[in-house]
Design a protein around this ligand. Structure first.
Ligand code: F6P
Length: 350
């Protein structure tokens, strides 16, 4: 910690700013020899591949790595274990995260942040790699604000982190959903039914929109675009039926509506037998696709290259076809919105 904070002298975290190393010459940046790595928030396929890349790239540069279990929860409790290159073998192809993860509320409190920083000090951890989504990044930023340097790697199936165009786990989740929906389509077709499928995404419709296109859905409902059930669902299904269609796929992102209620409404209004399916956590598991393994590995290497150069308090991002990094404060201020134009254009295919 750059300053010695205790609960009694800890300023309001909102009044602090993490050091931005953009304008600090390389010779004046910190030299890091020990880091910690943790996964936090919802797990995502490819998280193991990114931990592996962090550990192996760190070893290449002679940096010692502590694996911290259960995300910020483990950080807070001091669950640190040194990991070397051999301990990450056979992890690349595995779903989930072998470091385990948690959604920690403690880290939303100044006490939690302070305790985490103190634990880093106890174990001699000079910088922390946090693999997770937006919520985890906020925890990381707060640590950075009190002087624990951090690097964020985007790990979430939702692809809803503003500063990056791609997040680790997104591709696998979409492929898993797509394969499941292909199967549901077979049975919907045999029975001339409407299949209403809920995919993950409480606040973001990226999975829904893309699998909607990839699976040829008649209707896609996402949280970013309010809908009218009569106009946008019932009427569309009836138009499709009148055009000669005999089975129908409706994709609903979990944050947009309830698949069971929507299926009941379709059946009641159209007389077409409708069945809801909630894909749920199925989408978070499984072996990562090539794209996720590759992105996770390259982003993990990039994280260590940042650390090696003393370029700290950065979020690793994918932008315009290449991997780079942005200052954490700046990255967290960015906003991302789904292309509603893309949603509207996808309707041409119904
Ligand atoms: O990690 C992202 C996500 O899978 C969202 O799509 C979903 O809304 C949420 O997590 C579910 O979280 P939990 O596993 O804590 O119920």
């Amino acid at each position: 910690m750059t300053e010695e904070y205790s609960l009694s002298n800890l300023p309001d975290l909102k009044s602090l700013t993490a050091i931005n190393y953009d304008s600090v010459p390389e010779k004046d940046r910190p030299k890091i020899s020990t880091i910690g790595v943790l996964t936090s928030g919802g797990d995502a396929p490819g998280m193991n591949a990114s931990i592996r890349a962090v550990v192996r790239a760190a070893s290449h540069f002679g940096i010692k790595v502590f694996g911290i279990t259960r995300g910020f929860h483990g950080l807070w409790k001091g669950e640190f274990d040194e990991i070397g290159t051999r301990q990450v073998s056979e992890t690349l192809q595995r779903g989930g995260t072998f470091l385990m993860t948690a959604r920690s509320k403690t880290f939303e409190t100044p006490e939690g942040v302070l305790k985490g920083a103190q634990m880093c000090k106890v174990f001699g951890v000079e910088a922390l790699v946090v693999i997770g989504g937006d919520g985890s990044y906020k925890g990381a930023r707060d640590l950075a604000r009190i002087g624990v340097p951090v690097i964020g790697l985007p790990g979430t199936i939702d692809n809803d982190i503003a500063c990056t165009e791609y997040t680790i786990g997104y591709d696998t989740a979409m492929n898993t959903a797509m394969e499941a929906i292909d199967k549901l389509r077979d049975t919907a077709s045999s029975h001339e039914r409407c299949s209403v499928i809920e995919v993950m995404g409480r606040r973001a419709g990226y999975i829904a929109l893309n699998v909607g296109i990839a699976n040829g859905a008649e209707v896609v409902l996402i949280p970013e675009q309010p809908f009218n059930i009569e106009r946008d669902v019932v009427r569309t299904i009836l138009d499709c039926r009148n055009m000669g269609k005999r089975h129908y796929i409706v994709i609903v992102a979990e944050g947009a509506g309830d698949a069971t209620e929507i299926a009941a409404k379709i059946e009641e209004s159209t007389g077409i037998e409708s069945r809801p399916t909630i894909l749920g956590h199925l989408q978070r598991g499984g072996r990562p696709t090539l794209r996720d393994r590759l992105m996770a590995s390259l982003m993990g290497i990039h994280a260590i290259e940042c650390i090696q150069k003393g370029m700290l308090n950065r979020l690793v991002v994918y932008h315009k076809g290449s991997i780079s990094d942005v200052d954490i404060e700046k990255g967290l201020r960015m906003k991302k919105t789904i292309s509603l134009e893309e949603l509207n254009r996808s309707k041409y295919l119904a």
